[in-house]
Design a protein around this ligand. Sequence first.
Ligand code: PBG
Length: 332
Amino acid sequence: MLSFSSAMSFPVHRPRRLRRTPTMRRLVAETRPTVDGLILPLFVVPGAGVRQPVGTMPGVAQLSIDCLVEECREVRDLGIPAVILFGIPERKDAVGSSGYAADGIVQRAVHALKDALPDLLVITDVCLCEYTDHGQCGVVVGEEVDNDATLELLVAESVSHVRAGADMVAPSDMMDGRVGAIRAGLDGAGFGTTPIMAYAAKYASAFYGPFRDAAQSAPQFGDRRGYQMDPPNVREALREVALDIDEGADIVMVKPALPYLDVIREVRAQVQVPVAAYQVSGEFAMIKAAAAAGMLDEERAMLEAHTSIVRAGADIVLTYFAKDLARHFRGR
Ligand code: PBG
């Protein structure tokens, strides 16, 4: 640390000098979020012409493939580099077979998107909870999700997504060993160049509530605490991250974002791969609801929350605000 002890005092030092005008503040900003690190999550449903608003997420809708393509054209035009897709299938069963069917909803959506907008990166969320009738993220044996039996289904799902044209897969299930299994599966299918973004430190969070409405994926019994992480733990998050990188993860994610900024910071300090953070449905809904009630300014709250996530160390942010942020950055 440099020391200027003799001069550290007022009136020589006036930190307010650098805060006087918007241009001055712009010049000295330490954190400069841009559109480049944004990923917009989208929900795709069967049918045509469907834009079904999600009640708990104002401004977010489940989209049929035709509307999804329309939406993504706007996303691309705003300069957002990537979307991540979640599928709501026609049918659910105990083993989530619609999740790895060649003509599944996500597989068809990826096809259509890569056809229409080849430059937009299409990432797919890999999990079974949207496709199983019990809503758990894997194969259920008794009251538990069987880790190892789930792995082969996640591999099948990943390979089918990439076969459909996905640019990257993002496993969000939190089974042990899934990144390694998916890496081997993709390599074996000839997709050695397709990266994996691992939901590495994914916590069992109350903030996923609205998403489970949007994706119709709430567990029908129990909860996800047997596989998602326990909120008090940071060292365990670092271990999960290290394991995922060791197994071949190209990008690691912390999720949720705002209640886990310390984890983002710690992960950023310890790894060399890009770090993503997911500002989840509940974080989004909280700002929307407070703004709708006149309790805070939506635009400013959105920006401040986003800046904090980037400041903590996230290189990439998955957020339902991606279009609003992109518009803000463009207009600035
Ligand atoms: C699937 C999955 C979830 C989210 C992303 N992938 C839900 C969950 O684990 O319950 C949450 C995203 C959000 O809340 O915005 N497993």
